[in-house]
Design a protein around this ligand. Structure first.
Ligand code: ATP
Length: 285
């Protein structure tokens, strides 16, 4: 396939710092280099190189580490159509008997646009969360419904079928890469694999800063709250857990302004509330 690049230029004004993703700069730029650089090559270069765009990537790693954030930001960055999101367990439970139809529908808009506009088509992103759920049943003899099998087969046929389409990107996500069907991971399918692991200390500080940025902007957080200290105290926390910590600390701060008697009442001075270091220590506990 030597078609020129699909029309998916980087969104003007897009800045990495604005993505709201902490501690994953290296991962993001690796994904970009391996999977998307070709999408922003000058038109014609792909043709000269005789290569194909990457049609699928797999993001794997523990829960709450930002896989969904990355998938969505890739879409923003590439100025793609709003992503379609599908979830493995949901496909299995909700759509029994019509899973193939649902997979077909997922790809339909992209196929239609490509037919109409060819390489002028926008990029269509499909995010498949908890992809392992549909793979578990494949080939298993344990009396499964076989829905997983047909979903995987349908995905494979769509991915192979999109050989002539340059405007589709499937982003699979999982906490269990070992469960993913080998056939899905081959070249031309979900071919770029990226591990998104728990953040290290400096990543945690970055994530904490992201989740408290608004508070600093609105001056509702004391200076004694030190992101580096919080990062030291939150070993093995995921980004989602750091987000949870900020929420919990907020509720401790709000509690200081709430009286609970026969009825809960809120002090009028709540408008002057500020989160402090102790709120975070309480939340951590
Ligand atoms: P799961 O495997 O459970 O689907 P995930 O890896 O897709 O998890 P997200 O849904 O991206 O995780 O993260 C959940 C929330 O946690 C995000 O909306 C965000 O608030 C916060 N979060 C996680 N990782 C990061 C990060 N690296 N930087 C900033 N926020 C993060």
């Amino acid at each position: 396939n030597t078609r020129p690049a699909a029309n998916s230029i980087i969104q003007p004004g897009f800045k990495f710092e604005d993505m709201g993703i902490g501690g994953l700069d290296k991962e993001f730029s690796n994904i970009f280099r391996r999977a998307f650089a070709s999408r922003v090559f000058p038109p014609g270069l792909i043709e000269k190189l005789g290569i194909q765009h990457v049609k699928g990537i797999l993001l794997y790693g523990p829960p709450g580490t930002g896989k969904t954030l990355i998938a969505r930001q890739i879409g923003n960055m590439l100025n793609a159509r709003p992503p379609k999101v599908i979830n493995g367990p949901e496909v299995l439970n909700k759509y029994v008997g019509q899973s193939e139809e649902n997979i077909r529908k997922l790809f339909a808009d992209a196929e239609k646009e490509y037919k109409e506009k060819g390489d002028e088509s926008g990029l269509h992103i499909i995010i498949f969360d908890e992809l392992d759920a549909v793979c578990k049943q494949r080939g298993s003899t344990g009396g499964g419904t076989g829905v997983g099998d047909s979903v995987v087969n349908q995905l494979l046929s769509k991915l192979d079928g999109v050989d002539q389409l340059n405007n589709i990107l499937l982003i699979g996500m999982t906490n269990r890469k070992d469960m993913i069907d080998e056939a899905l991971l081959r070249a031309g399918r979900l071919e770029v694999h990226m591990e998104i692991s728990l953040p290290d200390e400096s990543g945690r500080a970055q994530i904490f800063k992201i989740h408290t940025a608004k508070m600093r902007q609105n001056n509702v957080i004391e200076n004694d709250v030190n992101p580096e200290e919080i990062a030291r105290l939150t070993k093995n926390f995921s980004g989602a857990e750091l987000n949870g910590l900020v929420k919990a600390a907020s509720s401790f701060a709000l509690q200081r302004h709430t009286k609970v008697g026969t009825m809960a009442t809120v002090d009028p001075d709540v408008v002057n509330m500020k989160l402090n270091r102790q709120d975070f220590l309480n939340a951590l506990e």
